[in-house]
Each structure stands twice: as structure tokens, then as C-alpha cells.
Design a protein around this ligand. Structure first.
Ligand SMILES: Cc1cc2nc3c(=O)[nH]c(=O)nc-3n(C[C@H](O)[C@H](O)[C@H](O)COP(=O)(O)OP(=O)(O)OC[C@H]3O[C@@H](n4cnc5c(N)ncnc54)[C@H](O)[C@@H]3O)c2cc1C
Ligand code: FES
Length: 346
């Protein structure tokens, strides 16, 4: 049975579906209630039930003290509504409000998706979760104190596994290690979430403003997170995805993107290859990915643009898109440069 949940003090409303916890209902509606473990062991999701009835679920006395329970408090990751509810709890509004955490992860699965791209799926300990916004990134903390940034390719609702798409940098220390030495069950220390590159579900201009996402190479990782989040949230805004790679192999999740477009009327997918190989049999668009956007849009003033990839691609795209009328305030950009390159150019 569906129940209405009102969140105070924000005044947000959501509906819980059968068996859904209060936390799941709020997150599914796009409201960022705090959480950590999602299984009743950390207390991060504690809040108050101001009116209505809940089943408190498996909340343990050590995490939710009997006195707190009597005062109407609950762990929203465990509590399911038994009637319409009004609850009181904090909500995050900006990415900076989400607590940055260091967590130990284990490689659950890894596979070579393209000759220079490794997909690495990380698993956290059973009682740990990383809360993040679709499009954000984590740092991998290396033993010698250095760190390397990688975008999360999975959507926030799907937080049991954290997926990274790692491109091998020629001569790169960490990405070389991933290809040569990293194995399933190895540990990686991560810190995050970081970054302002995340999906704004409602545009500041007008709620249904069309979205254009442009990914170069493994810039597809945060785009995947944002698209999967948009699908999960049933966002109806038009989303046009441009994915550019040197050759067809570089579009290492081409079929997934084709499926999104086939299954969702509001999603279009335009792959672009800059140097198709003789054996590629490529019949799609060719050239630079940002040029494909310019060829298709005479005026970008009515779009929100999410741009992610190499420094070279993002600089050229930013310059040309602004000339095409895109307000800088509607351009969200993540530049994939390495920590080593930043140090060298400082
Ligand atoms: C916010 C953000 C998100 C990112 N997300 C992703 C992602 O999802 N996927 C992805 O593939 N990448 C991503 N990147 C890029 C990624 O972080 C880098 O590719 C990675 O840090 C490279 O690490 P490395 O240790 O292999 O390379 P490094 O060892 O840091 O080397 C980087 C490059 O510098 C060169 N170099 C190293 N030392 C020297 C030197 N002394 N002199 C001259 N050249 C040198 C190397 O040959 C190499 O080409 C992201 C970057 C940022 C900033
Ligand atoms: S999220 Fe940890 S107790 Fe609810």
C-alpha cells in the first residue's frame, strides 16, 4: 500500500511503495536524506516521526536508544510506513553538504572493455555505503600518499557496487598498475564524493530545458551515472548523448547506450568516431565529437550542456559552444586531467 510522506522542515512530499523504507522512498523521489550503511548499524539516517505510524524494522537498541525510540525517533533506512507520515530530518541541497568519506573497497569484478579501458567494479564492506550525486567522482588513495581521480559510473540508487572506467595513460603510474597488477579481491582505498559535475534534475532556466551530454572516451563514466539516474527518476527532459572516441572499440558500452535510446523516447544517442579503423566497418558519424554537436545545433542558448573528457576536447567545446549562444551558467564540465599533469603545469 502506498503512503504519503511529508518531510519537515523542507515541506517536500514523496510516496512510499509497498515495503519501501522511508529512506528508499525519499531517495527515489530525489530527496537527499543522509545515510551511510543502509542497514541499521551507523545511525546516519536517524530522524523523527512527527505524525503517523511506522514499522521500525531491524533498528538495534545500540544505534537507536530506547529513549530515542520513545521520543519518536527512527532509523529511516529500516523504518517502513504503516500510514501517511510527517517526518523531521535534515536534507542535503548541495554536493558540498554530503560528507566526504575515506572507505576501503575491494575489487569485485574487472574486465577489459576496450584495449585501453578497464571497467573496475568495487565493493564496500557490508555496513558501508558511499552517498554521492550522479556524475561525481572519487579519489583513489595510493600507498605513497598520491591520489588519482575517477568518476563514478554507477547511479546513486545503485550503490552496492561502485563502477569506474579507467583509461590507461601511457606511462601512467596508477592506470598502468590497474592493467598490469590489479586483481579481483585486491583492496583500494577511496575518498569521496567530490565535484560539482552532477545532474541538475531541474534546470535553472526552465524545468524541462533539453539536456545535451558530451563524453570523450572514458568521459562516458559520469554520463552513464547521470543517464541511469535520470532513467531511475523517470526524468522526462530530452537528453541527447554524444559519445566520441578515436575508433569504434573506444565506444566500449555502445550497446548499452543504444538500449537507452531504444527504450526511452526522451533519450537520443549519437556516437562519433574520429579515426575509424579500416576493419571497423563504421557507418556512423565521424569527426570530432564537439563538432558533431555544432553541426546539429545552430543555437545552444536553450540547452543545458554536460561536457566531460580530455582537456583538449573540453577547452575547444567550451569556446565554440559559448559562441553558439550557450550561457556559461548552463555549461557543466569535468576535465579529465591527471594529478601529475596538474603538478607539471602549475
Ligand atoms: C575529476 C576527474 C575525474 C576523472 N575521471 C576519470 C575517469 O572516470 N576515467 C579515466 O580514465 N580518467 C579519469 N580522470 C583522469 C585520471 O585521473 C588520470 O588519467 C589518472 O590520474 C592518471 O593516473 P596515472 O597514475 O596512471 O598517471 P600519472 O602517473 O599521473 O601520469 C599521467 C601522465 O603524465 C605523464 N607523466 C608522468 N610523470 C611525468 C613527468 N615527470 N614528466 C612528463 N610527463 C609525466 C605520464 O606519462 C602520463 O601520460 C579524471 C580526472 C579528473 C580530474
Ligand atoms: S543508514 Fe546507517 S543506520 Fe540507517
Amino acid at each position: 500500500m502506498a503512503f504519503d510522506i511529508k518531510i519537515s522542515p523542507s515541506g517536500h512530499h514523496c510516496q512510499s511503495q509497498d515495503g519501501e523504507t522511508v529512506l528508499e522512498a525519499a531517495l527515489n523521489a530525489g530527496f537527499l536524506l543522509p545515510y551511510n550503511c543502509r542497514n541499521g548499524t551507523c545511525g546516519a539516517c536517524k530522524g523523527k516521526v512527527l505524525s503517523g505510524k511506522i514499522d521500525p524494522g531491524r533498528a538495534m537498541d545500540s544505534v537507536l536508544l530506547p529513549s530515542e525510540r520513545e521520543a519518536g525517533e527512527a532509523l529511516f533506512c529500516c523504518a517502513t510506513p504503516l500510514s501517511d507520515l510527517t517526518i523531521e530530518c535534515r536534507e542535503f541541497e548541495a554536493p558540498g553538504e554530503i560528507k566526504v568519506k575515506q572507505l576501503l573497497s575491494k575489487v569485485k569484478r574487472m574486465y577489459v572493455a576496450a584495449p585501453d579501458v578497464m571497467v573496475v567494479q568495487l565493493e564496500l564492506a557490508a555496513s558501508k555505503r558511499l552517498q554521492f550525486l550522479a556524475g561525481q567522482y572519487v579519489d583513489i588513495l595510493l600507498d605513497d600518499g598520491q591520489r588519482r581521480a575517477f568518476s563514478l559510473a554507477t547511479a546513486p540508487h545503485d550503490d552496492e557496487i561502485l563502477e569506474l572506467h579507467i583509461r590507461r595513460m601511457p606511462g601512467g603510474q596508477f592506470t598502468g598498475h590497474v592493467f598490469e597488477e590489479l586483481r579481483v579481491r585486491d583492496s583500494l582505498k577511496i575518498e569521496g564524493p567530490f565535484g560539482n559535475f552532477y545532474l541538475r534534475e531541474t534546470s535553472e532556466a526552465k524545468p524541462d530545458q533539453p539536456i545535451i551530454m558530451i563524453a570523450g572516451g572514458t568521459g562516458f563514466a559520469p554520463v552513464k551515472s547521470m543517464v541511469e539516474h535520470a532513467i531511475h527518476r523517470k526524468l522526462q527532459r530530452s537528453i541527447t548523448i554524444y559519445w566520441g572516441a578515436r575508433n569504434a572499440d573506444g565506444l566500449y558500452m555502445h550497446d548499452l547506450a543504444l538500449d537507452w535510446a531504444a527504450e526511452h523516447e526522451n533519450i537520443r544517442y549519437i556516437p562519433v568516431v574520429s579515426e575509424p579503423g579500416a576493419g571497423d566497418d563504421w557507418r556512423g558519424r565521424t569527426g570530432m565529437v564537439h563538432q558533431a554537436v555544432l553541426d546539429d545545433f545552430a543555437d545552444l542558448s536553450g540547452s543545458d550542456v554536460y561536457l566531460c573528457g580530455s582537456e583538449q576536447m573540453t577547452i575547444a567545446a567550451r569556446r565554440d559552444f559559448v559562441k553558439r549562444g550557450l550561457p556559461e551558467t548552463h555549461l557543466y564540465c569535468d576535465v579529465f586531467c591527471s594529478a601529475r599533469q596538474l603538478v607539471l603545469t602549475e
